[in-house]
Design a protein around this ligand. Structure first.
Ligand SMILES: Cc1cc2nc3c(=O)[nH]c(=O)nc-3n(C[C@H](O)[C@H](O)[C@H](O)COP(=O)(O)OP(=O)(O)OC[C@H]3O[C@@H](n4cnc5c(N)ncnc54)[C@H](O)[C@@H]3O)c2cc1C
Length: 403
């Protein structure tokens, strides 16, 4: 039976995260949004978080997490709670925080002890030096369809030579290393894919454009180039574990999709709270206003339902149960609920909603991408069709990012 109560431990985490979000992330995120550029690496907000030892991706999530005294782990539920609350204050700023980020799950899942030490511990242990990791699968012709990756890894003695480009990579320019998915044999499709940890400064690894985006401005999104980039075989993840890079990429989705869904809920809740505040101060109960309030209540129902789906997916992961269906359900539902909440909030706020010095229009711009990354809404529908009903039945599985 799923337990949805928040005990003191969870409340403590929420309290800390709320304080950090309100005092540090919201101001830094608004500053970046107004300037149009990501938060610079030397911004004091990073030094502050780093000194506290707060790193994104630092929490021991996943099915291997274990709780005390044989109890289920709390790591995945803690991550969900923190993700929603941080996003409430500013998701762009949260994504830019130091830490291994999305690069952590594949290393944790497939890395050797030596690789975990080299990539998850050593770069992040100096409290005076904020450091980042990144995760790169996306290419111009391989977004949802990750089997179409064209970046190649060609073995040469004890090394691999990487050639190809990656785009839309979060923290890609500032990262000390990037987990890069490449294929050792394009004719093998998914089975040929392998993740490599490529360190900054490796000859042949260069950074291109930093994207200008409609939302999440505080977060850096970079294009990466690999040209005859020589990487030691010791940097390949998953050797000897019988898991292809594709399977590794898919397995991390069960961890990250509910988190990304929860971030959407956080942004939707931020817009909702602001709209409720505006309605409370300005509405007098005209029929038109009551209709708006009914829509606002509907938005709240959807947000609350979305939150429960996220919690359920995380709870199953904490109990080491298969959660692929739950992770996809949360990911298809929550971003849509959150987008709806920001739209209704705009309507409630009227002109105040579209002014770019207000929070609501920023939430509206920030939330759209939650239906795109970590598997689009359409991709989640495919995952669910396959898992719930065994579709498609009449042809080989589509090559999209489905687990
Ligand atoms: C802010 C931001 C940060 C990102 N960070 C990272 C990162 O750190 N690392 C990384 O690797 N990538 C990252 N991405 C890339 C992201 O994962 C991709 O944008 C995403 O996978 C979708 O790929 P695409 O944009 O190529 O869209 P496409 O896959 O081309 O999809 C376009 C449209 O077609 C639909 N579609 C696609 N396939 C199907 C199908 N089979 N059936 C039905 N409909 C379909 C999709 O739902 C979508 O609506 C980031 C993107 C953004 C915007």
């Amino acid at each position: 039976m799923i337990d949805t109560t928040l005990d003191d431990g969870f409340h403590n985490v929420l309290g800390i995260v709320r304080h950090l979000g309100q005092s540090l992330l919201r101001p830094a995120g608004l500053e970046a949004d107004r300037s149009g550029d990501p938060i610079p690496v030397d911004h004091p907000v990073f030094a502050t978080f780093n000194q506290m030892g707060f790193t994104l991706g630092g929490m021991g999530m996943g099915k291997n997490a274990s709780g005390a005294n044989g109890e289920p782990s709390r790591a995945n539920r803690t991550a969900i709670l923190a993700a929603e609350e941080l996003a409430y204050w500013d998701q762009g700023a949260t994504m830019s925080l130091p830490g291994p980020g999305l690069g952590a799950p594949p290393i944790r899942l497939l890395g050797t002890d030596d690789q975990k030490q080299r990539f998850l511990i050593d770069p992040f242990k100096d409290p005076t030096k904020p450091a980042w990791g990144a995760y790169a699968t996306t290419e111009a012709a391989a977004g949802s369809d990750v089997a179409r990756i064209r970046t190649t890894a060609t073995q040469d003695g004890d090394d691999y030579i990487i050639n190809g480009n990656k785009m839309f990579i979060t923290n890609g320019a500032r990262a000390s290393w990037v987990v890069v998915f490449a294929t050792v044999d394009p004719t093998l499709g998914r089975a040929g894919q392998r993740p490599f940890v490529i360190e900054k400064g490796t000859p042949g690894f260069t950074v291109g454009r930093i994207e200008k985006k409609m939302g999440l401005t505080a977060s850096e999104t970079a294009t990466l180039f690999f040209e005859d980039c020589r990487v030691p075989a010791a940097n390949m993840l998953g050797t000897g574990k019988g898991k292809s890079g594709f399977k590794a990429a898919m397995a991390t989705f069960d961890i990250t999709r509910p988190m990304v869904a929860a971030m959407g809920v956080g942004i939707g809740r931020c817009a909702w709270d602001r709209a409720a505040e505006i309605a409370g101060a300005a509405f007098s109960g005209t029929p038109h206003e009551l209709k708006l309030l009914d829509r606002l209540a509907d938005a709240r129902r959807r947000l609350d339902a979305a939150r429960l789906l996220c919690w359920h997916a995380a709870w199953k992961m904490d109990c080491r149960m298969d959660n692929t269906i739950d992770a996809s359900m949360s990911k298809v539902y929550a971003p849509a609920a959150a987008l709806y909440a920001t739209q209704v909030a705009m309507d409630v706020a009227g002109l105040a909603g579209v002014r770019n010095d207000g929070l609501i229009e920023k939430c509206f711009r920030d939330v759209k991408v939650f239906d795109i990354f970590e598997g689009t809404g359409e991709v989640q529908r495919i995952v669910l069709a396959r898992r719930l009903f065994g579709y498609p039945r009449d042809r080989p599985p589509a090559a999209v990012a489905t687990a």
